[in-house]
Design a protein around this ligand. Sequence first.
Ligand code: GAP
Length: 434
Amino acid sequence: MVTMDEIVALCKRRGFIFQSSEIYGGLNSCWDYGPLGVEMKNNIKRLWWKANVQLRDDVVGLDSSILMNPKVWEASGHLSNFADPMADCKVCKKRWRTDQLQEYKCPECGGELTEARMFNLMFKTFMGPVEDESAVVYLRPETAQGIFVNFVNVQQTMRKKLPFGIAQIGKSFRNEITPGNFIFRTREFEQMEIEYFVKPGTDDYWHRHWIDQRINWYYKLGIRKENLRIREHGKNELAHYAKACVDIEYLFPMGWSELEGIANRTDFDLTQHQKYSGENLSYFDDETKQRYIPYVIEPSAGVDRSLLAFLIDAYEYQQIDKDDFRVVLHLHPAIAPVKAAVFPLLKKEELVKKAREIYNELKYKWIVQYDESGSIGKRYRRQDEIGTPFGITVDYQTLEDETVTIRDRDTMEQVRVHIKEIIPYLEERIEVKF
Ligand code: GAP
């Protein structure tokens, strides 16, 4: 299996992910997505939106603000409950989450730890020019609350009947005590969340529905089945709002770890917001003529963790011949940052002109690259390493019969295709049928 160091090195070398503020020595656990990383991230978000919003009649989208009225966090329980137990090593001064320790001593130097105290994970800041208690606001630690406080707005304006969901993608912030493992646990990250509102009593059914939907999304996008598993939370692990929760775990280099959580949040959040805001957040059921607070099933995924899992799963250091090796990312074409690269076989004017024509047409549809420098073999390898699924080469035969070769990244086999057929050929292989 690939190591995390190999993934970090590839990400830096090929422009996927850089350390944040690197020229100043970086900032702990903060990362910047480079030109290829941002494309890959956008693809993941688009494919999540497509499967969960565009293709479903029962889910609509939302983009709520990161800063919210602080009462939201009082009502949701984050001000009192969103905390981890933390202790400092008296010798090396490192800080640890005590609920993750095997023994109550410093895992690094074996030193004695201070007594554990609760540490709230929300980032605090001030709104406006005066920095006093009345100006305190928080950076959201989950996108979910923006959905709950808009439940009535969305339900009424969209005239939605239960069951229906609201989906949102956006940044969240947590002052994690022990961030690490590259982009696995950071203090600023992006979430893809759905709050799916259902009639109480039907919640177990919908919980199972969403577990199936979400694991199939990863399968469809090429994650190997043996690297994914489902793990149910024990009662002592459940978040303060949850009746049940299932994690989809991925076999990361540091072991099985959470990729996504799918929780049954019951009517906890809407009940709390109704109580704290004084607004009626119940739903009138036309069929039964009853009013009630819906239950909520919440599939909550991390964009950054998904991207990391897709990279790890796709990575291969492959021996091709006795002394010939390549690094190849077997990314699903829909996830790959660059869909195709166009090459003139040689840097000759007539080949360059034709290759550029093809490149200029393809870039209206996808992110594609043009490359004329170095041997054709080297150019293929550069694309293999960033996961570009198709290499299109213009050679002398192209000038005679308007055909090009298309090389498949994984098999390295080439087929001859008419120029007019390039777009349909690629489209068929890039499009995902969820
Ligand atoms: N609204 C529910 C919620 O936020 P969570 O299990 O705390 O639940 C959901 O987070 C997902 O968000 C996780 O499965 C993970 O993919 C991502 N996530 C959470 N904390 C993260 C962090 N510090 N860094 C990167 N991703 C994180």
